[in-house]
Structure formats: structure tokens, C-alpha cells
Design a protein around this ligand. Structure first.
Ligand code: UDP
Ligand code: MG
Length: 325
């Protein structure tokens, strides 16, 4: 049940967003003050170097609803979100970007859906006009592949702008995986969900920090943590190569039975090279994938390192490292 006047924590990952913070804060006040819910903000400073944290300290001094945890370095937005969810209090948590590409006025619609019983309310991006055609194509391709190889259904056009009920947040916090692919996790945990469409605008200031290489490795994370197909596909590739080798072998045998031998020893050499290449592909691929995963887990490094907390009531604590689970 949603309380009469629920408390909502906005988790906002920030990487060098100092220039845009004032506009964001003004917009938050504008859209959220005087509603039927109380709100506060937990910034996750993902290793900013432009004085973002100093700006947040000022904000906190003026209004204690603004708090922050600050990483010791850049850990990436996915991990920033994971940390934010761990530290956030409140009856519901809203995750949003700092660059006003996620309009804060939508939070009201999120809360309305939440009151109607949804445990997760996704913001769904309608227009992708602000993106380059290459990025649009890329995103379509990703969704297409993900739909076909993963067991988890990813709501289309869903971005990291959503509201999660306390129960959903606690569930996400229990997932201890090291490769964070949050979009997949939101879908994986289940719960009744709702979707609120919105139009995305250009970044308010600064520019997007996602390069194609980053996006590619992000997509790979998504595939690998939600599908075992990349792991299994090598067995099929290897099997195909081996089959081709056998077929080739039969062809050579028949040919030399009919036309006689042309170069002695050549066919059997090619066939065995191909066959063993296939078998090696199978075994190496499988071993490598398992080994990489086991290695990541065995290292058991903390997911992130908090260097400083502002306004969370934990400032006095020494530097601490958080484990994923
Ligand atoms: N961000 C972050 N760590 C990063 C990259 C981005 O915390 O390594 C934050 C950034 O400050 C912003 C949000 O994630 O609040 C989205 O970043 P951006 O606008 O660059 O991405 P896009 O809108 O292109 O997806
Ligand atoms: Mg953005």
C-alpha cells in the first residue's frame, strides 16, 4: 500500500554536471514542491572532476533534502545507480539523469501509476529525434538481438528513468551480480509494472558521455548477463565446422575413388586440421567464458568505493568499500 503522503527519493547519478545542477534543482522545485508526496535527492557523484560535489555541498547546506554519496573515481552510471539504490531511503525511489533529458514533471505521473498498484513505473522514450541516426539504428539493433537471445523481456524504449516501489528496490539490492545491466534487472525481478511515455529533449548543457565503444561494451554486458547463447553458440559453430570437415572428407574419398589420387596426403591433412580447429573452438570458447565469470566472482572486489558522503548522516564514517550483496 502506498502511504497517504509517501516519501520519494530521487537517485541521480552525476558525472561532471556542475554547469547544469542549478537548472535541474530549479526544475525539481518547480515540478515537485507542494505535491501529495515528500521528496529528497540522493546524488551519486561518479568521480566528477569539475566541482560537482562542491556544488552539491552548497545545495545540502541550503536544503538538507539534497544529499550525495561520492565515489573515489568514475565507476560508470550502472554502478552509480546500484549504489544509489542501496543508499536510498523512502517509500519509493525514482532514478533519473541530471541533464534534464528526463523531465521531472513526469514524476507526478509515475506516482499516480504507483498509487494504482504498479511496483515499477518505466519512463518510455517516444521520440529519438535528438539522437543521431547511427545511435537510433544501434539501439534498434540491440533491442532486436536482445529480444531474440535473452529470456528476459525488455520493455521497448525504456531508459534509466523510472520509479521503483520499496519492495522492488529491496529486491534489486539483493541481486549480487557484478556485471550490472540494470535495464535487464528491472525486467527480471518481475512485479506489476506500468509505462509512462515521454518526449526526450536535447541535453541541457554539456554533451553525452557515451561513446560507441562504451555503448558496445554495455550491449555486450546485456547479452552476456541475460543469455547463455554467446556461451553456447561456440558449440554449434564448432559442430558445424566439424560437420563440414566430415563432409569434405567424404567428398575427397569419393573423388579419389572415382578419379584417383591427385596429391597424396593433402585431403586428410586439410580434413584433420579443420576438424580439430572446430573441436578446439568448442572447448576453448566454453572454457574461456566460464573462466572469465569465475575470475570476476572470485576476485570479489567491492562494486564501488565511496570516498565521501554529504548529508546522508554518515559523514563521520571513514572511507568504506561496499560489497555488491
Ligand atoms: N553518468 C554517470 N557516470 C558516467 C556517465 C554518465 O553518472 O560514467 C551520468 C550523467 O551525469 C547523467 C547520466 O548519467 O546524469 C546520463 O549521462 P549522459 O547524459 O551522458 O548519457 P545519455 O543521456 O547520452 O544516455
Ligand atoms: Mg543525457
Amino acid at each position: 500500500m502506498v502511504p497517504e503522503r509517501p516519501e520519494i527519493t530521487l537517485v541521480i547519478p552525476v558525472l561532471n554536471e556542475a554547469a547544469g545542477l542549478d537548472a535541474l534543482v530549479a526544475e525539481l522545485h518547480n515540478c515537485l514542491d507542494g505535491r501529495d508526496f515528500a521528496w529528497s535527492v540522493l546524488f551519486v557523484d561518479d568521480g566528477s572532476t569539475d566541482g560537482t560535489l562542491a556544488r552539491i555541498r552548497d545545495l545540502n547546506a541550503a536544503d538538507s533534502r539534497f544529499a550525495a554519496i561520492s565515489f573515489s573515481r568514475n565507476f560508470g552510471k550502472e554502478i552509480a545507480i546500484a549504489a544509489g539504490l542501496k543508499h536510498a531511503g523512502g517509500d519509493a525511489v525514482v532514478i533519473m539523469d541530471a541533464d534534464l533529458q528526463h523531465p521531472p514533471e513526469l514524476v507526478r505521473a509515475f506516482v499516480a501509476e504507483w498509487r494504482r498498484g504498479a511496483k515499477i513505473v518505466f519512463g518510455q522514450r517516444q521520440s529519438r529525434e535528438s539522437d543521431s541516426w547511427a545511435r537510433q539504428l544501434y539501439s534498434r539493433l540491440f533491442h532486436f538481438v536482445f529480444r531474440h537471445i535473452a529470456q528476459t523481456r525488455l520493455p521497448l524504449g525504456v531508459v534509466d528513468f523510472l520509479l521503483m516501489d520499496r519492495q522492488a528496490v529491496d529486491t534489486i539490492n539483493r541481486l549480487g551480480e557484478r556485471t550490472r545491466f540494470s535495464k535487464g534487472l528491472y525486467a527480471w525481478i518481475g512485479f506489476p509494472s506500468a509505462v509512462v511515455p515521454f518526449e526526450s529533449h536535447d541535453r541541457f548543457v554539456g554533451k553525452s558521455r557515451w561513446s560507441f565503444v562504451k555503448l558496445a561494451s554495455f550491449a555486450l554486458d546485456g547479452f552476456v548477463s541475460f543469455s547463455s547463447l554467446p556461451l553456447k553458440v561456440w558449440s554449434y559453430v564448432g559442430a558445424l565446422v566439424s560437420l563440414a570437415a566430415i563432409a569434405y572428407g567424404i567428398y575427397f574419398m569419393v573423388r579419389s575413388l572415382i578419379f584417383g589420387v591427385d596429391v597424396p596426403g593433402f585431403p586428410s591433412l586439410i580434413v584433420s586440421i579443420m576438424f580439430f580447429a572446430g573441436v578446439q573452438l568448442i572447448s576453448l570458447g566454453i572454457l574461456g567464458e566460464y573462466l572469465a565469470r569465475i575470475y570476476e566472482e572470485v576476485k570479489a572486489r567491492p562494486l564501488y568505493v565511496v570516498a565521501e558522503e554529504v548529508g546522508t548522516g554518515a559523514e563521520a564514517r571513514p572511507v568504506q568499500a561496499k560489497r555488491p550483496a
